[in-house]
Ligand binder design. Structure first.
Ligand SMILES: Cc1ncc(COP(=O)(O)O)c(C=O)c1O
Length: 431
């Protein structure tokens, strides 16, 4: 939907562009002519400040797995905000959430709170360095692990001919010293990954990985072999479960792929739409964050808002819904319905395409060649895909290219998104 002249949206977008570089809250942005200013959301829909409705395929970039204003989350939130506060010391909701997370997350014997996914991966890597007393980190090309200095390496559009294992920083301002401590491997390339682990084994503190990288599945045996190599060399295996946690299943990617890391970073869903994240893991590693007994390996992890009572309330309410019988079957069916429908739509227009991703999650690349890592994913026709996305936004489907569906997307909603996609492919091919 194009921005209307003299609309509330137009005035607010102008203010946004005046006050914030690029007129955006974060690194993602929508094309100027179809940019939106959201007023509120309900279920699978969001509404802009001019009252126009969009099917939400973005869901806050992942946290809103129950859709918007889910009644149980709203109820928990109303109770928590009757005395909205931050106490810094313990509160009962934060403890209940910690207990539920320890019960649910396969690797979790203990957890430590943070506020964002980027906090969680940052804390996890510091903890790994404290535990091993080594400095280096191995990560995978195209894996997005947040915006801390260690994470922002070869994750966002690295040049496709960059030599491994040298990292390419995704941002200016990252110290060279940190670049020297990060190694990059191609996802799903076991031989090269094991070679890098072997040749850096005495210096590697951590291997950090999105077990399903973006939406690319690990090849059978890939995660298992990394697990084995990490154990053999005393390297901490970290799963970034910020996207996959409580989305691919109650036990996240760890449960789905049957591989348990030493520690894991969680964010997005666990705060139910409010800022909250955790590092979860083995007790012998997590105990290094214990401030009561700080030894030489004490890993300082703390935040003013940790365990915030309001974010814990929305997180708990969200997880309690997700824990119910049949929820993950339904979420998988939603993802499957979209993928099957989208695949047909591309086929109908003769456009080679692959729709990848497990659970209620999907990404699209316009190629028929096998997709197994960042470079093969990027081999698709990105120019045409951008045009299609632009058309989808104009037709009322809110998306930035990674499709996050929620439990309240009905079959009709998904069919509607597929229909919008179908029309958008046609329009993009004709412009
Ligand atoms: C896999 C992964 N890890 C970490 C992050 C960072 O999370 P946040 O944006 O909450 O800092 C993201 C964000 O999208 C992510 O996708």
């Amino acid at each position: 939907m194009n921005i209307l002249p003299n609309s509330k949206s137009r005035a607010l977008l102008e203010t946004a562009r005046r006050c914030m570089p690029g007129g955006t809250f974060n690194s993602a942005y929508l094309p100027e002519d179809v940019d939106v200013v959201i007023s509120h959301g309900k279920g699978s829909r969001v509404y802009d400040v001019d009252g126009r409705e969009y099917i939400d395929c973005l869901n806050g970039s992942g946290p809103m797995i129950l859709g918007h204003a889910h009644p149980e989350v709203v109820e928990a939130l109303s109770q928590a905000v009757s005395s909205p506060s931050n106490y810094y010391v313990l509160n009962h909701r934060g403890i209940e959430l910690a207990d539920l997370l320890v019960e649910a997350i396969p690797c979790a014997e203990q957890i430590k709170f943070g506020l964002s996914g980027s906090d969680a991966t940052f804390f996890a890597l510091r903890l790994a360095r404290a535990f091993t007393r080594r400095d280096k980190v191995l990560k995978f090309e195209g894996g997005f692990l947040g915006v801390n200095d260690y994470a922002l390496m070869s994750g966002v559009n690295p040049p496709l001919d960059a030599p491994y294992p040298r990292p390419v920083p995704d941002s200016a301002g990252i110290p060279q010293a940190i670049l020297d401590d990060v190694l990059i491997a191609p996802f799903n390339d076991l031989e090269r990954t094991l070679g890098l682990i072997e040749s850096n084994k005495s210096e590697l503190a951590a291997i950090i990985i999105e077990a399903q990288q973006r939406c690319i599945e690990p090849k059978p045996g890939f995660l298992e072999a990394i697990r084995e190599a990490a154990t053999k060399h005393g390297i901490v295996l970290v799963f970034d479960e910020v996207v996959t946690g409580f989305r691919l299943g109650w036990g996240g990617a760890q449960e789905r792929y049957g591989v348990v890391p030493d520690i894991a970073a969680y964010g997005k869903i666990i705060g139910g739409g409010l800022p909250l994240s955790v590092v979860a893991g083995r007790q012998d590693i997590m105990r290094l964050t214990n401030p009561r007994n700080p030894g030489p390996s004490y890993s300082y992890i703390s935040s003013t808002m940790s365990g915030n009572t309001v974010a814990s309330a929305t997180g708990l309410a969200t997880l309690r819904v997700l824990k119910r019988e049949g929820v993950y079957d339904r979420l998988a069916a939603i993802g499957q319905r979209f993928k099957a429908g989208a695949q047909k739509a591309f086929a109908r227009h003769g456009v080679p395409a692959q729709i990848v991703g497990n659970g209620p999650l999907a990404m699209i690349t316009l190629t028929d060649k096998p997709v197994f890592d960042h470079r093969s994913f990027c081999a698709g026709d990105t120019r045409l895909f951008k045009k299609i996305l632009h058309e989808m936004l104009g037709r009322g489907a809110l998306t930035h290219g990674k499709f996050y569906f929620s439990l309240v997307h009905s079959d009709d909603d998904i069919d509607q998104v597929v229909q919008i996609l179908d029309h958008s492919i046609e329009a993009a091919l004709n412009t």
